[in-house]
Design a protein around this ligand. Structure first.
Ligand code: AMP
Length: 212
């Protein structure tokens, strides 16, 4: 089963993917987390991508494809979050590893802005929190590994608006692309995270190829 979560930044893809991955033991591959780890470790890839993440623009396709395709070819099942993000990435992926289900997270821009400005992440294990709806047990400390939480550099309002613009320009065409392939499922991503998770499970369990 090869699933991808498609949707704007802040629509909850990462949180829901982590939960689904834990429950159904599907490897969760988040390109944003992979890139942020490379930057933190100051690897050659990290050095090349840093400025794109800071500006809120997309990393060039050739870097992303090189990073991802070899990894995905080794896996029978996976859950992608944040990839593909351009038509070119989707077409390259389709050539080698066709996707079975694409879940499109639908959410308003005002919810996105408020969610992202409240978001905190653990720089060590990448767990995501929200200061209003999903707080850590101890103030600004990760429940899982005890590291101090941080605000993602690209979660300031100006960069969030830039990322939304990039999403509309670069990623929107994927909706039509996957719709034509009849693999697109629409998800109402507004509201409580537990309810959204139940909606995702309903969508996936209706699909014959989703095995549990
Ligand atoms: P995310 O954590 O998914 O919001 O991604 C954070 C940032 O990583 C994006 O704003 C891009 O700069 C970069 N990024 C993540 N995935 C991709 C991708 N598939 N293609 C290009 N850039 C990406």
């Amino acid at each position: 089963m090869r699933i991808t979560f498609l949707g704007p930044p802040g629509s909850g893809k990462g949180t829901q993917a982590e939960r689904l991955s834990n429950e159904f033991k599907i490897p969760h591959i988040a390109t944003g987390d992979i890139l942020r780890n490379s930057i933190r470790k100051d690897t050659p890839i990290g050095k090349r991508v840093k400025s794109y993440l800071e500006k809120g623009t997309l990393v060039p396709d050739d870097i992303i494809l090189e990073l991802l395709l070899a990894k995905l070819e080794e896996l029978e099942n996976f859950l992608l979050d944040g990839f593909p993000r351009t038509l070119h990435q989707a077409e390259r992926l389709e050539k080698t590893i066709p996707i079975d289900i694409v879940v499109l997270f639908q959410i308003s821009e005002s919810t996105i802005i408020s969610r992202l400005t409240q978001r905190r992440i653990c720089p060590s294990c990448s767990k995501v929190y929200n200061l209003t709806t999903d707080q850590p047990k101890v103030n600004e400390i990760c429940d899982k590994c005890g590291t101090s939480l941080i605000i993602r550099e690209d979660d300031c309002e100006a960069t969030v608006r830039k990322r939304l613009k990039v999403y509309k320009e670069e990623t929107f065409p994927l909706i039509e692309y996957y719709s034509k392939k009849c693999v697109l499922k629409y998800l109402d991503a507004e509201g409580d995270s537990n309810i959204v998770y139940q909606r995702i499970k309903q969508l996936l369990l209706k699909n014959d190829s989703f095995e549990v």
